[in-house]
Design a protein around this ligand. Structure first.
Ligand SMILES: Nc1ncnc2c1ncn2[C@@H]1O[C@H](COP(=O)(O)OP(=O)(O)OP(=O)(O)O)[C@@H](O)[C@H]1O
Length: 339
């Protein structure tokens, strides 16, 4: 569906040249929700502008549904860009137009006749949950409602790809969740391919199928969300994953427990997918004469299934503890004895 091949973008700054996107190759399947995460300056915005044809690559290519966007010009480029739509952090609505008129705008530009426009706008208003607010002005809407208008407007001309540029960064956590749910809903209902850029790992965890981590213009890690959360490879990915799993609390608790119980072992267990629903600890204490103390735990849900971490203290003799750990490994639970 989307194919990036050896894509690079170099900017000439006053102080020399700067590689904002550096040799990126990846492909995104039709119907996928693909996340790109990185800190400020990593090259995410430049990459997304290359995707919608607003920037020309210095080298490499962007192909969407078989059409090379980066090599197209004039009428061809306009046609190719119709397949791609975008929503923004600050919504980019027309303030002097109502909800209905904002959503209608891209239809007007595309030359859709007035009679057809009305029906399409009402359909979109319904789809994004704004029924009853058609005649309100953007200034009368909450942030979440403004983004719903942005989404409806982006969908007006039936794009194949929706690009989301930090689309929830200006929203509070609850509103963020409702917009993310809407994106998942339209992805499923319309089979729309979604590419989003963000610096927030919870956005990736909640809705993406796969994730690419960007640093210094390069994609340094790429994989299925569940795999990346379970076993991040790069330092930067570990930091992003820690945003949504580790808490200050757990470190404090471990330190505290170490002082309270100098004996035994503190072990971090990592569960993935179906394992999160199995009574593995019950089996363990029935089988081995060890005591288990649960110190900290959480389960997170991704679009690809659940994963969880649990920190336990195991008390018993050294051979008993070793047997218990071997049992957990046999059950395919990843274990990490904490120092
Ligand atoms: N038009 C431009 N001219 C010169 N340098 C640019 C231009 N656009 C981006 N850059 C530089 O390219 C690098 C990548 O910027 P980019 O905006 O793509 O990163 P980002 O990951 O989106 O960060 P942010 O979230 O802060 O926008 C930065 O060092 C930036 O200063």
């Amino acid at each position: 569906m989307i194919e990036l091949k050896e894509l690079s973008k170099v900017f000439d700054t006053g102080k020399g040249s700067l590689k904002a996107v550096d040799d990126v190759s990846l492909s995104i399947s039709s119907g996928e929700i693909f996340g790109i995460i990185g800190y400020s300056g990593a090259g995410k915005s430049t990459l997304i502008r290359l995707l919608n044809g607003l920037e020309k690559p210095t080298s490499g290519s962007v192909t969407i549904s078989g059409q090379n966007i980066s090599a197209s010009k004039g009428q061809d480029l306009r046609k190719a860009r119709q397949k791609v739509s975008m929503i923004f952090q600050h919504f980019n609505l027309l303030w002097s137009r109502t909800v209905k008129e904002n959503i209608e705008f891209p239809l007007e530009i595309a030359g859709v006749p007035k009679s057809k426009r009305n029906a399409r706008v009402l359909e979109l208003v319904e789809l994004v949950g704004l029924a009853g607010r058609e005649n309100a002005y953007p200034s009368q809407l909450s942030g979440g409602q403004k983004q719903r208008v942005g989404i409806a407007r982006a969908l007006a001309n039936d794009p194949e790809v929706l690009l989301c540029d930090e689309a929830t960064s200006a929203l509070d956590p609850q509103t963020t969740d409702s917009i993310l749910e809407l994106l998942v809903d339209i992805n499923k209902r319309l089979g729309l391919t979604i590419v989003l850029i963000t610096h927030e790992m919870h956005v990736i965890r909640k809705i993406c199928h796969r994730v690419a981590v960007m640093e210094g213009g390069r994609v340094v890690e790429l994989g299925d969300v569940l795999t990346v959360f379970q076993a991040p490879q790069q330092e930067i990915t570990k930091r992003f994953v820690a945003q949504v799993t580790d808490t200050e609390d757990s470190n404090e608790t471990i330190k505290h427990l170490r002082e309270l119980y100098p004996t035994g072992e503190l072990v971090k267990l990592i569960f993935v997918g179906d394992q999160t629903e199995q009574p593995i600890l019950t089996k363990l204490i029935r089988k081995y004469p060890v005591d288990i103390n649960i110190v900290h735990g959480n389960i997170s849900h991704t679009q690809r299934g659940a994963y969880g971490t649990l920190i336990i203290q195991i008390k018993g003799t050294q051979p008993e503890i070793a047997q218990a750990l071997a049992f957990l490994n046999e059950e395919s639970i990843q274990t990490e004895v904490m120092a």
